[in-house]
Design a protein around this ligand. Sequence first.
Ligand SMILES: *[C@@H]1O[C@H](CO)[C@@H](O)[C@H](O)[C@H]1NC(C)=O
Ligand SMILES: *[C@@H]1O[C@H](CO)[C@@H](O)[C@H](O)[C@H]1NC(C)=O
Ligand SMILES: *[C@@H]1O[C@H](CO)[C@@H](O)[C@H](O)[C@H]1NC(C)=O
Length: 300
Amino acid sequence: MNALLFKCLVLCLSVSVVTHAQIFHLPNNTELNKLWHDFKRSFNKTYVGYHEERRRKAWEENIQRIVDHNKEAKNPEIVGDFYEMTHHLPEEFDWRKQGFSTPIYNQKDCGSCYAFSIALALQAQIFRQTKQLVPLSAQQLIDCSVSTGNYGCGGGSLRNTLRYLDQSGGLMTYKDYPYIAKQTRCQFERNRALVNLSSWAILPTRNERAMEVAINKVGPVAASINASPHTFQLYHSGVYDDPFCSPNTVNHAMLVVGYTKDAWILKNWWGNRWGEEGYMRLRKGNNRCGVANFVAYGIV
Ligand SMILES: *[C@@H]1O[C@H](CO)[C@@H](O)[C@H](O)[C@H]1NC(C)=O
Ligand SMILES: *[C@@H]1O[C@H](CO)[C@@H](O)[C@H](O)[C@H]1NC(C)=O
Ligand SMILES: *[C@@H]1O[C@H](CO)[C@@H](O)[C@H](O)[C@H]1NC(C)=O
């Protein structure tokens, strides 16, 4: 395995922590009681007597902080599905079984994981709306998102890529702007764009439940991940669960297309000889490899 394959890099590291919630006003007492009840239920918590009071108070202070934070920073980055956290979800879900089957890509010697992750996440949104499978241009994202802080084949972050799409005026198709595994001049043409990003979101960090919710309610999500361990690069099949795959650093990005009871299903860009035909099953539930550190989706 070419060690350069995973040099997707760095910027994913500088991502700040985002708390849950799209709460912009302080809920009234009725709403608070309901939220508290849902919160306890969805996290399987029961508190008695004094503990209940104490926990509730801390939780309310948290809500207040979220509200204040959201008031100050009303931008599309601050999200998460606080209310939706409580919904019942299927135990397993796989977008491939819904028809979202995509080619196996090879990023080759270009740190373009961020571009593939976002291009595929947006393709999935088009698929949801139209049932059509139209590959989008990762190459446009590589060449053009330098304007928002990415480094072409030197790497980039999901956030910078989404910020680029916020103001790009659209994303072209793979066919019209194909992948060449090298950075070139930005050749985006507005009148040839297929879709626009209409909004995007970053999930509450280290929250695998939020990932399940998003995958069900929104679609496949882009996730940064620690792909450094040898065992990761040599992964062939089964549920990957190397305890040495630390959640404390991330340097790659993949697309989470679904989950089973015990694993995330991730699409990679390392060709068809890697993993289970280009996919990985990764142990769910302990933030293995930091898979839940930084997860994003876009809406078209
Ligand atoms: C609290 O908010 C809910 C929903 O916004 C509303 O239906 C309800 O009447 C409010 N309750 C009180 C006591 O203001
Ligand atoms: C909550 O607890 C029940 C009973 O112990 C368990 O079956 C269920 O899986 C738990 N749910 C979560 C989300 O941890
Ligand atoms: C995307 O948005 C830009 C700016 O609002 C607009 O000029 C362009 O036509 C849109 N493109 C598509 C494909 O919707």
